[in-house]
Unconditional design. Structure first.
Length: 374
């Protein structure tokens, strides 16, 4: 079956890198002047040569986002269900080799966490687990979805990649969106960071969005873990992946996230540091390439940065996040997957959003509309 693998194999990391670093001011200016931009324009916009055009990029990005999404910001909260994991990932606190008490929430604990999340006002929840198929596999996901679906307008998942049939099976239980980040598209470095477990299978992960698309999942989220490899080249591959998916699964909606490597217990130093300025460049470049893609900013980022950047192209934000199972109500002191940076409450974030003339949206009306149009 054709998949993104066939496209991916036609591209060479080093050649793309050379292309990006060789872009000149004239290439950036040409890209800025166009309305329908291609991947060559995108290379120019993420190149070092674009740095001096950042203000113009931000201006256009803000304008395009307002035009397409209005002055709204979707609010969501992650719900960590389990820190069990059979993989070794060099950058993660839940990695198999890390000694920490492992926990998977039972139905009573889930109820408590859900109540705490609802009390904060959220209608959109993102279910997160490590990758441990026996403990937290499809039967567990089904039970959780069944338990919580009526309580939220919108349920997304960020769990291990599954087979196409599994996704198919979960949709009637209320699964709306799946986020699956490639971590890095640099295959050799991917192998270094994922030495053990199912996640070490680079191609299975790479083809996950194809399986989601074929299964008919409504929305999928892409991204890389910024810090593992050259962010400019990885951004190009995310954009390439997005283009391919949009052309192949045109009914699906897409989002991109920008997780920067954060401290965790026993942590890994980023190989490549990305500055705040470069993150703005990356966010705005995606918007200039694609007017429809949703762009999401998490609490990994610092307060001040989030305050300013959300207006430049972002469409959804998390707030008040806990990255440990039971973190909201059941076991607030258990070990987090990574430290969050913006610790403000959801109400404070909502206030901030309002103070800048935007509207925080807790409910995603899309889901309701889907049922009307089916
Ligand atoms: S990143 Fe995911 S798969 Fe890797 S160790 Fe952490 S929880 Fe497990």
């Amino acid at each position: 079956m054709p998949s993104f693998k066939d496209v991916f194999e036609k591209y060479d990391w080093e050649a793309i890198k050379t292309d990006i670093y060789n872009k000149k001011a004239a290439d950036v200016e040409r890209a800025l002047a166009r309305t329908n931009r291609d991947l060559e324009d995108f290379k120019a916009l993420i190149s070092p040569a674009a740095d001096i055009y950042l203000e113009e990029m931000a201006r256009q990005s803000k304008q395009d986002t307002l035009q397409r999404f209005g002055n709204t910001i979707q609010m969501y909260a992650p719900l960590y269900l389990s820190n069990e994991c059979q993989n070794i990932c060099t950058y993660c606190g839940f990695s198999l080799g890390n000694k920490l008490p492992r926990k998977t929430l039972n139905p009573i604990e889930i109820d408590k966490e859900v109540a705490a999340i609802k009390k904060m006002g959220f209608e959109h929840v993102l279910l997160v687990t490590g990758e441990a198929n026996k403990m937290v596999g499809v039967p567990y996901f089904k039970k959780v979805l069944e338990q919580i679906r009526t309580q939220f307008a919108n349920v997304s998942m960020e769990v291990q990649p599954l087979d196409e049939a599994d996704y198919h099976e979960l949709i009637p239980y209320g699964l709306h969106a799946v986020l699956v980040y490639q971590e890095t598209y640099h295959q050799a470095d991917y192998a270094k960071h994922h030495p053990k477990g199912k996640k070490s299978n680079f191609l299975y992960r790479l083809e996950t969005p194809d399986r989601l698309g074929r299964a008919g999942v409504h929305k999928m989220g892409l991204g890389v873990l910024i810090g593992l490899e050259d962010w400019r080249v990885d951004s190009f591959f995310v954009a390439l992946h997005l283009r391919y998916l949009e052309q192949t699964y045109w009914r699906t909606k897409y989002s991109i996230s920008f997780p920067r490597l954060r401290p965790f217990s026993g942590g890994l130093e980023p190989k490549v540091e990305m500055t705040d300025r470069q993150l703005v460049q990356q966010i705005t470049a995606y918007r200039l390439l694609n007017k429809d893609v949703e762009l999401s900013l998490s609490t990994r980022e610092a307060m001040k940065f989030r305050d300013h950047v959300f207006q430049l192209g972002i469409t959804s934000m998390s707030a008040g996040s806990k990255t440990n199972p039971g973190g909201y109500a059941v076991a607030p002191e258990s070990l987090e997957q990574f430290e969050i940076s913006d610790e403000r409450s959801p109400q404070e974030i909502a206030q901030l959003i309002k103070s800048k003339g935007y509207e925080p949206v807790w409910k995603d009306w899309d889901t309701a509309l889907e049922y009307v149009t089916k």
